[in-house]
Design a binder for this molecule. Structure first.
Ligand code: SF4
Ligand code: FES
Length: 211
């Protein structure tokens, strides 16, 4: 369900399956992204292209992407690969992502409560599931890595965690460094006692990733 709208300097795309309704778009660019209207609701020319692009970058889920039509570069990879742990919500990744073997852009929100119907992506189900989990886990191993960027592989393991391979800084919801790692297994069943890391609890609770 990808929609797109072409303006004079930029084409905007919206993938509704990825949107987590954090509303950065309709609050950051209310004339570009019209809330609750019938018919066309994306108007790329309603703000300067620089502002439109900035709002797209703020979209945590990657639901909004763009293609510049004015000869300027498209979205660039972030300088440091990051995953932010959202309080009672998903993981918000910013990195050159390869999810399940497929290129997945530079932004994605992935389920960590176990309830999404669009795994490995968050679909907002944590609200209805009453998921509670801190966004401020204790600080762990934060020794600097030789590298901070480059491709980040996220492999959602069947009935188990997200296996993440590549340079990654794990940060809390408020931006504190929680860990720096090149391989991590991140809980996505919601039951680990050692969040954000998997502790094997998925087996005990019979976590199933079959959709
Ligand atoms: S996830 Fe992106 S598209 Fe969805 S509401 Fe938030 S900013 Fe808008
Ligand atoms: S995925 Fe949650 S404990 Fe392993």
């Amino acid at each position: 369900m990808t929609e797109s709208a072409t303006g004079t300097k930029v084409e905007l795309r919206f993938d509704g399956k990825l949107c987590i309704h954090a509303r950065f778009c309709v609050t950051g660019a209310p004339h570009v992204f019209l809330a609750n209207v019938q018919g066309p609701w994306i108007h790329p020319d309603a703000m300067s292209v620089e502002q439109v692009v900035e709002v797209a970058h703020a979209c945590p889920s990657g639901a909004i992407t763009y293609r510049r039509l004015d000869g300027q570069p498209d979205e660039q990879p972030p300088p440091v690969n990051l995953v932010s742990i959202r309080e009672a919500g998903p993981y918000a990744f910013r990195a050159p992502l390869v999810i399940g073997g497929l290129d997945a852009g530079y932004r994605a929100t992935l389920c960590r409560c176990g309830a999404s119907k669009n795994k490995p992506f968050c679909d907002g189900s944590h609200h209805d599931a009453g998921f509670t989990a801190t966004g401020e886990p204790p600080t762990g191993k934060v020794d600097p890595l030789p590298g901070v960027d480059g491709a980040l592989k996220v492999d959602p393991l069947a009935d188990g965690p997200l296996k993440v391979t590549g340079n990654l800084q794990i940060i809390s919801g408020t931006g504190r460094a929680v860990a720096r790692t090149t391989t991590a297994y991140l809980c996505r069943c919601g039951a680990s006692s050692n969040k954000p890391f998997c502790d094997g609890s998925h087996s005990k609770i019979g976590f199933s990733t079959a959709q």
